[in-house]
Write a protein that binds this ligand. Structure first.
Ligand SMILES: *[C@@H]1O[C@H](CO)[C@@H](O)[C@H](O)[C@H]1NC(C)=O
Length: 491
């Protein structure tokens, strides 16, 4: 039996009373039931079944945590965590098997309705993501996010979801991490596994932004008065630092590409693409003999549609990288993880940042505060929800002190951003409730506050030390909260 070291802080490190703590998951990563009832096939179902070698351990999400059947148990875990909200996502093809609203799955619709009711009964607020990467395969067959019609299809899906759950769900996230959808999905790593960086990826970016905006405007026009909810999206924001001072200007452009491309059109006063990126892309495309910029322009009407389509700003943050120009002949690998081919930028880390089970994720909490300050300076004082933040390990030890340390140090930087820099953060969601299918890493990398035994048909969930810690933080809002960790007998 272990008991936690009691930490007596010099000054109280406490979030304000109204601050909300939550925890997140996504449908494909936890649900399983990939072919339950009349569910349609998603691009992730298709990807893992046709290209198993893309996943480190050749696993898939067919069963995952089996939350399709075990959601009642999950609600119990959430209750024990004392969280204010649970952020989960809806699988588009589970509700609309064809991808279109001509046919709504009764079982699919009921699954999420029961989950929402179960949460509300326990006083846990549902925060619902409409799209966390599991596009219906029939839509991919029509070009997916590169087909301009997809913004209409997404709004049609959003209407179904608002009609089904709008009476009970007050915080909506239209799209999770568009950069993963567009840049990583079109750099051969994520489904749909296409290689079209710099072309398909930018068509996707534009259409994701329009899809989000149409879903936002639909809510604004037809649901907001009745339901009083909030709609936005959540973007992945890895912070970037210049490797040396000479790399400052290049790093600013890399931030425009990786962060502002997905934010500026929505959250800036002017709207449209970030001006520096738009200029760079116009010039570069012309030099390459393109008839127009590879970054597809917005019409004036589209700029107006997208600009201001938010009720809060959502962001996911895990780590920081350094940026420098690639050396001549140096290869640049995966987007965001290794570099940006578009800018000839190579990403790296500093030796003093400690490592995790994911090569790309180093621990550098100060980067979080710098990011939050940048967002305030760039986009003003809108309410910010941190929708994801978490720490990967190999998952073998329930006593995950490094994860507890990660949360303590990252939360401290959030507090400093709020107290010292005046950043308006109103909520924080850890990633993740439990170990789950971590995309290309399969089950080799774990981010759960709960361990999941993927070898057992029961998919047994067991609280880690970090779950005990987070439950205490969520209850007290104090990052130095005292907690008791009783280690279960060694496995
Ligand atoms: C569902 O998928 C599983 C594999 O995950 C397979 O064994 C089973 O036969 C499938 N069921 C149906 C109804 O297709």
């Amino acid at each position: 039996m272990y008991s936690a070291v009691l930490c007596v802080a010099a000054a109280e490190r406490r979030f304000p009373d109204g601050f909300k703590f939550g925890i997140a998951t996504s449908s494909y990563q936890i649900e399983g039931g990939w072919n339950a009832s009349d569910k349609g096939v998603s691009i992730w179902d298709h990807f893992v079944h046709t290209k198993p070698e893309a996943i480190g351990d050749r696993s898939n999400g067919d069963v995952a945590c089996d939350s399709y059947h075990k959601w009642r148990e999950d609600i119990q875990l959430l209750e024990d965590l004392n969280v204010d909200f649970y952020r989960f996502s809806i699988s588009w093809p589970r509700v609309l098997p064809t991808g279109f609203p001509n046919y709504i799955s009764e079982d699919g619709a009921r699954y999420y309705s029961d989950l929402i009711d179960g949460l509300l009964e326990k006083g846990i607020e549902p925060v619902v993501t409409m799209y966390h990467w599991d596009l219906p395969q029939p839509l991919q067959d029509l070009g997916g996010w590169t087909n301009p019609l997809i913004s209409e299809w997404f709004a049609d899906y959003a209407r179904v979801i608002y009609d089904l759950y709008g009476d009970r769900v007050k915080i909506w996230v239209t799209i999770n991490e568009a950069t993963a959808v567009c840049d990583i999905g079109y750099d051969d790593l994520h489904a749909p596994g296409l290689e079209s960086e710099g072309r398909g990826s930018y068509l996707c970016t534009k259409h994701v932004l329009l899809a989000h905006a149409k879903a936002y405007r639909l809510y604004e026009a037809e649901y907001k008065l009745k339901y009083q909810g909030q709609v936005s999206l959540t973007n992945q924001m890895m912070w970037l630092e210049p490797e040396t001072v000479e790399d400052t200007e290049l790093t600013e452009l890399a931030i425009a590409l990786s962060i502002d491309r997905y934010c500026y059109p929505i959250f800036s006063l002017a709207g449209g693409w970030p001006p520096a990126l738009e200029r760079y892309m116009a010039q570069k495309s012309a030099q390459e003999g393109e008839p127009r910029s590879r970054l597809p322009p917005f019409t004036q009407e589209e700029i107006q549609l997208v600009r201001g389509s938010y009720d809060y700003l959502g962001l996911n943050h895990y780590t920081t990288h350094t940026a420098r120009p690639a050396a001549s002949g140096e290869t640049i690998g995966t987007y965001l993880i290794d570099g940006f081919k578009e800018l000839d930028v190579k990403l790296g880390t500093r030796p003093e940042w400690s490592s995790t089970a994911s090569g790309w994720l180093k621990v550098y909490p100060e980067g979080f505060r710098a990011l939050l300050s940048y967002i305030k300076q760039q986009y003003g004082d809108t309410s910010i929800y941190i929708m994801e933040n978490g720490f990967p390990d190999a998952g073998t030890d329930l006593d995950d002190q490094p994860r507890v340390d990660y949360y303590t140090s990252y939360l401290e930087q959030v507090l400093l951003a709020m107290e010292e820099d005046g950043v308006n953060v109103v909520g924080y969601s850890a990633w993740s409730l439990m170990d789950s299918f971590e995309w290309n890493d399969g089950y080799q990398v774990r981010l759960g506050l709960h361990h999941v035994d993927f070898t057992s048909p029961a998919r047994t969930r067991t609280a880690r030390r970090s779950a005990k810690y987070y439950a205490a933080v969520a209850r007290t809002k104090d990052i130095d909260a005292e907690y008791q960790f009783d280690k279960i007998a060694d496995e």
